[in-house]
Write a protein that binds this ligand. Structure first.
Ligand code: ATP
Ligand code: MG
Length: 233
């Protein structure tokens, strides 16, 4: 199917085991997200949060169970359609050996390739990355042989990519590294308040600041052990 403007998601009894592992990282996991819902997935380190997000972007295929978007199995969507429909901030942001401009536009390859320099600079400012613009500006070379970035700067580049990509589904893999709690909350706010119809799934370690989420899933060893509102948990 052609890229959809709105995304509802269903994960049904999914099981996934990494090739070299002896236990599954995701085990009989089910959850559903309606169009425009904001869902948080909470779990300890190693509980399978990032793996789940990777399954949603088809970095891996599950060995059992089904993942559907708008009722259509994930593997029936083209890679391109999935990319267009999904803005992702991965746990580890990859910086390419390329200009800052190219690094920012990367995630928006298909959808919003025409973000102009002004928009790119505005997002950089929003995220407090203006210092990176000094000197060569958007032509600053990053990656190998280029300007070295701190962990927090790399993280923000990943967030900038997602902000520039107006996809109907946002997947945010939060990490405690690189950003202080206050900044992390600000950025979460920036990312989750863009349009009522945008479906949001964030992965996080702490309940703090999840009051506004429609539902919270707590996962452990790859499976949902509890779900509810911030209040009920
Ligand atoms: P964290 O909070 O530390 O980011 P997480 O909840 O995101 O943890 P995952 O990264 O999904 O956890 O890992 C789930 C399990 O799968 C862990 O046991 C981990 O060791 C394993 N795992 C993760 N990535 C790989 C990989 N590429 N190859 C093999 N095993 C992996
Ligand atoms: Mg993770």
């Amino acid at each position: 199917p052609a890229p959809a403007a709105h995304v509802a998601l269903s994960v049904m009894r999914v099981r996934f085991q990494y090739p070299e592992q002896v236990v599954p990282a995701i085990n009989n996991l089910s959850l559903t997200v309606a169009v425009g819902e904001q869902i948080a997935i909470l779990g300890h380190t190693g509980s399978g949060k990032s793996t789940l997000l990777q399954l949603l972007t088809r970095a891996w295929d599950p060995q059992a169970g089904e993942i559907t978007i708008n009722g259509v199995l994930l593997h029936k969507w083209s890679e391109r359609a999935l990319r267009e429909m999904t803005a992702v901030v991965p746990q580890r942001v990859h910086i390419f050996s390329a200009t800052l401009r190219a690094n920012l536009r990367l995630a928006a390859q298909d959808a919003d390739a025409n973000a102009n320099d002004e928009q790119l600079c505005a997002v950089m400012q929003q995220l407090g990355l203006d210092t990176l613009l000094m000197g060569d500006g958007l032509n600053t070379w990053l990656g190998e042989g280029g300007r070295a970035l701190s962990g927090g700067e790399q993280r923000r580049i990943g967030i900038a990519r997602a902000l520039l990509h107006s996809a109907p589904l946002l997947l945010l893999d939060e990490t405690n590294e690189g950003l202080d709690l206050f900044t992390a909350q600000q950025i979460r706010h920036l990312l989750t308040t863009r349009g009522k119809e945008r479906t949001v799934i964030i992965v996080t370690h702490h309940l703090l600041g999840l009051e506004h989420f429609d539902r919270i899933y707590i996962i452990d060893r790859g499976t949902v052990i509890e779900q509810g509102s911030h209040q009920s948990l």
